[in-house]
Design a binder for this molecule. Sequence first.
Ligand code: FES
Ligand code: FES
Length: 179
Amino acid sequence: MFSPTSAMTVETQHPGDDAPANPPLVTIELHVNSAVWTLCVEPRMTLAEALRGPLQLTGTKIACNRGACSACTVWLDGVPICSCMMLATDVGTRSVTTIEGLASGEKLHPVQQAFIDHDALQCGFCAPGMIMSCAALLERSPQPSADDVRAAISGHYCRCGTYPHVIAATLDAAKMRRA
Ligand code: FES
Ligand code: FES
C-alpha cells in the first residue's frame, strides 16, 4: 500500500563510499511502522543500515553487524529478525516494525514501560532489540514462563548483564497486558 500521507522518498549512497565503481542504485519501497518509504539504495545496504541511515530510525542498534548479538532486532511481518542480516532490497512488501513503532502514540508498549519500571537497561544499547523480542514473545505467548523469556532473549548479548531485570520486566509486562 502506498500512503500519500506517510510516503517519503530518500536517495542515499552507502556511507563513506564514493568510489567510482559503486554499483547502480536500486529503487525500493520499505513498509516501516505503518508508513511507506521510497528509497534509492546500493544493493549491499542492509535493512539495519537503511533504518538508521536514510530513515533516521536510530532506535535500532548495530553492534556486531554479523548476526551474533541481536542488537538490531526488528519485526518482519511480526517475527523478530536481525536486521543487519537482511538486505534492504530483500524486504519486499513485508511489514517492518521497529522500536519506534511499538508504542501507541505517547503510550509506551507494556514491555517498554516494564523495562523502565524494572531498570532493565544500563547503557541501553541492547535494549531496543531485547524489547522487540520480548514484545514478540507476548504476542505469541501471553502468559510466558521465565524459561520462555530466557529462550526469547537467548540470542541477545547484554554486556551490562541486565538479564534478570529483563526477565522480571517481561513477566510483569505480560501481567499488565492480561489485566
Ligand atoms: S548487530 Fe545485528 S546481530 Fe549484532
Ligand atoms: S544494557 Fe548495556 S548492553 Fe545491555
